[in-house]
Design a protein around this ligand. Sequence first.
Ligand code: UGA
Length: 441
Amino acid sequence: MKITIIGSGYVGLVSGACLAEMGNDVMCLDVDARKIASLNDGKVPIHEPGLEPVIRRNVEAGRLHFTTDTPAAVRHGTLQFIGVGTPPDEDGSADLQYVLEAARGIGRHMTDYKVIVNKSTVPVGTADRVEAVVREELASRGIEVEFAVASNPEFLKEGNAVEDFMKPDRVIVGANDERALLLLRALYAPFCRNRERLVLMDRRSAELTKYAANAMLATRISFMNELAALAERVGADIEAVRHGMGSDPRIGTHFLYAGIGYGGSCFPKDVKALLRTAHEQSVPLEVLAAVENANERQKRVLVDKIVARFGESLDGLQFGLWGLAFKPNTDDMREAPSLVLIAELLRRGARLKAYDPVAMAEARRRLGATSGLSFATTADEAAKGCDALLVATEWLQFRSPDFAQLRGLLRQPVVFDGRNLYDPVLMADAGLEYHAVGRPV
Ligand code: UGA
């Protein structure tokens, strides 16, 4: 099938590469000429495990092309995927200018039947707006061309995106046009070979499903984070509680990990946008509003523990920080809880030495000039000579350090673990004072 992907960011690139991998002829469009040039040279601008070989393979096979040429890209695909960004506006609502601009580009250049498939996370009703914009463009050209607009939200997780695309739990398609449905069914059939994973619905329900899924996951996390605080007070261990709860299949084990709050480019933005939509519709989403507040509080949970241990002023203290990315297997630091931690500790006079297995370049770009913050080249170097070690991201390589050696590296044997990675018994045995989230000290 001939496919165009508008927007070669995270969603666009992964979708384009994986659709090409399944034998389709894919053209990815982006307005950023530098990005397109480097992609054509085989350089992948994001850190995503397994993506680079898929891109390389398919570029070499001639199934994956990158361009800045909008007319050529619109000509290319019968399916026109929109995968551009929808950053939050000042009021939290999703900014649709890039989505609508992409739609306009299609309307301006199309000459035959197109299915416009929206993959970006967009508020309910956006498919209608996309349809209206394309109609406007066609009318201004004085021509009539048939087209359909479908909603096909993306459920990729950063760090696992290729796998998520190739083996989806479900593929949500919202469409009201038979011909479009047939094309999308055929496109996704090879991804759903062992079990029917295509869930068909109307466009508005598809758009809402995406927000509802992310909001539910964020809710689970904030719920556990609040329970963790209570567990600490009553002398319970949230890890045991999580295990006990998660064994009930109605609850399930995923997304019950207490920590330093959720971050990333999706949950914070999508929770805000859904709250905004609800506000506009005068529908209370009180549970979700509390989820957002709880998460803001949670990002400071380690700071509170550090202050309780060392006092309000952290002048003269040096902390080692393991992990900067908002989660493992990515260099993404958008809305990362580590950013709040760093800012709050520096504000109180501490110095910080940070290390992340892949986000160092991104950290230097964002925080390179921050006084009081330095970067280490290894995890050991970050811990060396520090008054405490702080863990902000659960990278595999941080999971089983040599505790005795760690104790030797630290000036004071204190660990603040924002991801509950370690066994308190082993920590005590190694002579390390261990502060985790929702666990007895
Ligand atoms: C999330 C969803 O999981 C994807 O399904 C969705 O497609 C994507 O957003 C999106 O909307 O594009 P992602 O933001 O990549 O994916 O990351 P997650 O793995 O969901 O983690 C989000 C945050 O929650 C991280 O900061 C993570 O540390 C935190 N988290 C996750 C917890 O604090 N506790 C948990 O139990 C799970």
